[in-house]
Design a protein around this ligand. Structure first.
Ligand SMILES: O=C(O)CCC(=O)C(=O)O
Length: 283
């Protein structure tokens, strides 16, 4: 694809009443504009190759552990063999990833400051395997679009993502579509994101995407995070799952959903509003 330099691009434009140009001065502005228009953006060199290697080693062990715990065949039956869903209770490094400032700055601007973590899942493309993520899908799997973003993802590329090992495919702008486009449209407009390990792909959770096919003999790892407005149900009930392990009053507590728990009874609702489990001002 040809990318124009600023000089070549002739960035003058005709001005009409009410027609103004977006301003993108900071990195956050840049990503938010991409997310709004295209539905995705890439943070390059977000983490080091050493960190990518450390995470990959941990993932290898955690996949082996879950195979032993749940059984390889059973995980396959459930379409769960290429996914790991319990990372942040297993190792501190995954909790740190949830709080990555480069990501949270964009989440806070684009989704809102009271956003919570909906899920953290590792995605593994095994050599030659077709898996659940190989079909086009939305992470926020709904048949409607929204006027403002209520959910976005941060997908950490732990391996190099190449055409050979099945880098992720996305369909730009599809976060704005209610229906699934025709085959011809998808073939002509989809794009494979070949990016080095250490990149974080951001996408609107309504954006259509899928894992590519891995033709190599090595596993290809990513770790997906979804952040949403706090009124959306989490994939796993983190406040219950992590009870007693997280300081409820901390920013991490807020991010994991401890400030957005529906009252469990009328008596719990009828406490002073500032004591409610779904806290005032969360939205
Ligand atoms: O592994 C990939 O390339 C895509 C993963 C994916 O689709 C997902 O986690 O929702």
């Amino acid at each position: 694809m040809n990318v124009q330099t600023k000089n070549e691009a002739n960035l003058t434009y005709r001005e009409y009443p009410g027609f103004s140009q977006n301003i993108a001065e900071s990195e956050v502005d840049y990503h938010v504009e991409n997310l709004k228009i295209l539905g995705y953006s890439v943070i390059k060199n977000a983490f080091s190759p050493e960190k990518a290697k450390e995470i990959a080693d941990k993932l290898e062990k955690l996949y082996a552990k879950q195979d032993a715990e749940f059984g390889k065949e059973r995980l396959k039956e459930l379409n769960e063999s290429e996914v790991h869903r319990g990372l942040l209770v297993e190792d501190e490094i995954f909790l740190q990833m949830v709080c990555e400032p480069q990501v949270l700055q964009v989440v806070h601007r684009h989704v809102g400051k009271t956003s919570i973590l909906n899920l953290q899942n590792a995605s593994c493309a095994s050599p030659g395997a077709k898996h659940y993520q190989s079909a086009w899908h939305r992470d926020f799997a709904k048949d409607f679009t929204v006027s403002k973003c209520i959910a976005m993802n941060a997908f950490w590329c732990i391996s190099d993502f190449t055409a050979e090992n099945g880098a992720t495919w996305i369909l730009p702008y599809s976060h704005r579509l209610e229906d699934f486009p025709s085959e011809r449209f998808i073939i002509e407009n989809s794009k494979q994101l070949t990016v080095p390990a250490g990149s974080i792909i951001l996408w609107d959770s309504l954006l259509l995407h899928k894992a590519g096919f891995n033709h190599t003999d090595a596993r290809r790892f990513g770790v997906n995070h979804m952040y949403t407005r706090p009124f959306l149900k989490q994939q796993i009930d983190f406040p219950e799952y992590l009870k007693g392990k997280i300081d409820v009053e901390s920013q991490l507590g807020q991010l994991l959903g401890f400030w957005a728990i529906p009252p469990k009874s009328i008596a719990e609702f009828r406490v002073n509003p500032d004591k409610r489990t779904y806290r005032r001002g969360q939205g």
